[in-house]
Design a protein around this ligand. Structure first.
Ligand code: ZN
Length: 324
């Protein structure tokens, strides 16, 4: 258990940064809000800015490296990340979704799963790797990187190759992976374009980079734009993109975009509504009704996302890029 109740937790130290994608320091304020999701820094608020030069959004100022243990304090963050465990409807939906992702990746790679070497960064409980294995890949070619030993142990116990490492510190020779996946990871890292280049250096030519990250051009972002949009995830989302800025970042980092689609994201809606309820009524029963554990809310918001999804305006971007 955390030592202090959420409202009493100390503020974190912040440092000013330049744009993580183009190093410009000119920007305008886009949104301001507190840590609605994990309550790790009491009532402290954070500011998301938009770069005046390249239009990328980034948190500025942002927590110093020394503050990472506080903003990712294990109890709060992992219970939040794995909130969908134990609910069989949500788990089944997740398995179907992961199989769909793998089908798309293998189609872009244009080869069958057997022999494919894949690395999932932020592999969680190994659900995406499991989808690769059920498509025909071998567990010994399926790597999963995680930041907590218990997660690595679980990956190894399931027959995958778990690694305790940050993506930036991963060290593999060129042509080690045909596929690298990162689901909701790139927005958390300090230097995303450096990371993408680093991953490219470990991939085969023509290899597929597959990742998902929030979509700043989504309709729901406009609706909740000032503070409460679920995609902001203050203060842990450090860089946010839209399809145009993402395409430019990938092109500058040695990748060609195969596709950017926007699947429905019920989760971001659930968070947004939860945040509005917190802002209006505090973090009580009404806010908690809108959580990842509520299959009714997830189903409702999934339906609401169907039209924006077709028009490139859902809350989530799914990116498939090919290493040059
Ligand atoms: Zn910039």
């Amino acid at each position: 258990m955390s030592a202090k109740p959420p409202a009493e937790r100390p503020h974190v130290a912040l440092e000013p940064v330049v744009c993580p994608c183009c190093d410009s320091s000119e920007s305008t304020v886009a949104a301001v809000g507190p840590d609605y999701d994990c309550h790790t820094c009491g009532d402290q608020t954070f500011t998301l800015v938009q770069c005046a030069k390249c239009q990328t959004y980034y948190l500025n100022p942002r927590p110093t490296t020394a503050m990472l243990p506080q903003i990712y304090s294990a109890d709060d963050y992992y219970s939040y990340s794995f909130a969908d465990e134990g609910n069989s409807i949500v788990l089944k939906a997740r398995l179907a979704r992961d199989r769909q992702k793998v089908t798309g990746i293998l189609a872009a790679l244009n080869r069958p799963a057997s022999g494919v070497r894949a690395m999932d960064i932020g592999a969680g409980d190994g659900s995406l790797l499991e989808a690769f294995r059920s498509a025909g890949a071998s567990g010994e070619n399926l790597f999963g990187a995680e930041l907590a030993q218990h997660a690595v142990d679980r990956l190894n116990a399931r027959g995958f190759r778990g690694l305790l490492t940050r993506a930036e510190e991963m060290d593999f020779p060129p042509d080690s992976f045909d596929v690298v996946t990162m689901i909701q990871v790139i927005e958390h890292v300090a230097t995303p374009n450096k990371l993408v280049k680093h991953l490219g250096g470990m991939m085969s030519k023509g290899g597929i980079l597959f990742f998902e990250t929030p979509n700043m051009k989504s309709w729901d972002r406009r609706f909740f734009r000032k503070a409460t949009w679920g995609g902001y995830h203050f203060p842990r989302h450090w860089t946010l993109w839209d399809p145009e800025t993402m395409t430019r970042m990938l092109n500058d980092s040695g990748f060609d975009v195969v596709s950017i689609t926007t699947p429905p994201s019920a989760v971001v809606w659930v968070w947004s509504v939860n945040h509005v309820m917190q802002a209006w009524f505090g973090n009580g029963r009404i806010a908690r009704f809108f959580s990842m554990n509520n299959p009714f809310a997830l189903a409702l918001f999934w339906l609401l996302e169907l039209i924006p999804s077709k028009l490139g305006r859902s809350a989530n971007m799914r990116i498939i890029a090919r290493r040059r």
